[in-house]
Design a protein around this ligand. Structure first.
Ligand code: HEM
Length: 407
């Protein structure tokens, strides 16, 4: 039983200054399950903050479902559940296993490695756009357009459509904050004709892309239905962007708060891959997802009733002192880094983790090499939400430098 009031975790205001780590620490120390009150559909909500418990929930898809009532406290948050049940993130095995295979080949290390130089050229183009001015809004001018452009290339989408896609992502993110049922359904209505047009155009042009892979996919001997292709597309556009942008922006913020570690990276770029893992751990930008108990069950000896929702707080799991020493210390030289930024390690473990790591590594190589003396020009602005650890603006100043040699 927890003496900490975990009901406030469903209030965005609790996250106004960042994730409430002291509260997560207290809950983690006291109990595997803290009562987070009653959800919008009358079911009990529990906060799960320990690394081992989050991992157990994530692995036990038979006991803790993503499908029966979705992955937010409100089953119909963002999109209607009937629509989202087609989404990979919302599927349980065996369906999930079949659908995950469709996308898997695009994200194997070989496919990701082949794109490295294109990713480097992409971040370079955004740095080119600001370098002579010596100032920019890091979030708006670099962190937002960079991963979106990488993903648009992967999907064979014309770069001039970037603002249309940005608008859709913003609308979906706004819906994750409001929690209002079906709020982003109109986005799907707009995406549908766009996607169909892209499929036709790319097939005619013989383009090899994720969009064509989706359109040609066969599951159980049948082509995917239009709505399945659509939600897959929506998932990739959102999951692949919002997350990477938030990690890049928060990563830069954390480095600015720890200038001695930023200096170490500039002096020795071979530390960048480890720094990326530490940034992923320290910022854990997807703060939680939910699962629903399929029957009366238990977690670490505590009862969970059928229909109860557990909120698995990845951001707390990444700072569990049981798996990382002195977890609130940001340290790019840590020997072993255990984090839940990409999920709890179960079947839904982030499919784009390899691509995201590559994007972040290449981005920091180019940014830290080409932009010298980076400093904050004004306070970063946070998004008020308990779901994404996100910045909306971070003005910086810098000088033009010479590229790093990451080898
Ligand atoms: C730093 C960047 C990223 C972070 C922090 C992140 C985080 C996550 C998290 C927490 C999950 C849920 C895991 C779970 O429930 O256990 C997830 C799933 C997923 N992510 Fe990522 N992600 C990132 C980048 C990407 C990218 C670049 C792509 C693709 C272009 C992507 C595609 C997906 C997909 C398709 C899933 C669903 C997997 C499934 O349900 O089987 N993500 N991600």
């Amino acid at each position: 039983m927890s003496t900490t009031d975990a009901t406030v975790l469903t209030d965005h205001e609790t996250f106004a200054e960042g994730p409430p780590h002291p509260m997560f620490d207290a809950i983690r120390a006291e109990t595997p399950l803290a009562d987070s009150g009653v959800g919008p559909e009358g079911n009990r909500l529990w906060a799960v903050c320990r690394h081992a418990d989050i991992a157990e929930v994530s692995r036990s898809t038979d006991r803790f479902s993503s499908n029966v009532a979705g992955i937010f406290p409100n089953s119909n948050a963002v999109f209607n559940l009937m629509l989202t049940q087609n989404l990979l993130l919302y599927k349980d095995p065996p369906d999930h296993t079949k659908f995950r295979k469709i996308l898997q080949t695009a994200f194997v290390p070989n496919s990701v490695n082949k794109r490295q130089e294109q990713v480097r050229a992409t971040i370079d183009a955004f740095i080119d756009g600001v370098i002579e001015r010596g100032e920019c809004d890091f979030v708006k001018q670099i962190a937002v357009p960079f991963p979106l452009s990488v993903l648009m290339d992967l999907m064979g989408l014309p770069r001039e459509d970037i603002h249309t896609l940005e608008g859709w992502i913003d609308a979906i993110e706004a819906a994750t904050i409001s929690g209002v049922s079906d709020e982003a359904n109109p986005v799907m209505m707009e995406m549908a004709p766009y996607l169909l047009e892209q499929i036709t155009r790319q097939k005619e042009a013989g383009t090899e892309s994720l969009v064509v892979t989706l359109a040609n996919a066969v599951v159980d001997g049948e082509s995917m239905k239009d709505e399945e292709i659509l939600v897959f597309f929506g998932l990739l556009v959102f999951a692949g962007n919002d997350t990477t942008r938030n990690t890049l922006a928060n990563g830069m913020r954390v480095l600015l708060e720890h200038p001695e570690q930023m200096r170490m990276l500039v002096d020795d770029p071979s530390l960048i891959p480890n720094a990326v893992e530490e940034i992923l751990r320290y910022t854990s930008v997807v703060q939680y997802f939910c699962r629903t108990a399929t029957a009366d069950t238990e977690l670490s000896g505590c009862p969970v009733g059928e229909g109860d929702k557990v909120m698995i707080w990845y951001t707390a799991g990444s700072r569990d002192p049981g798996v990382n020493d002195d977890p609130h210390r940001f340290d790019i030289t840590r020997d072993s880094i255990e984090h839940m930024a990409f999920g709890g390690g179960g079947r839904h473990f982030c499919l784009g983790a390899g691509l995201a790591r590559q994007e972040l590594r290449v981005a920091f190589e180019q940014i830290l090499g080409r932009m010298e003396n980076i400093e904050l020009a004004d306070a970063p602005v946070r998004k008020r939400t308990n779901w994404a650890n996100a910045l909306t603006s971070m003005p910086i100043t810098f000088r033009s430098g010479s590229p790093l040699n990451p080898s």
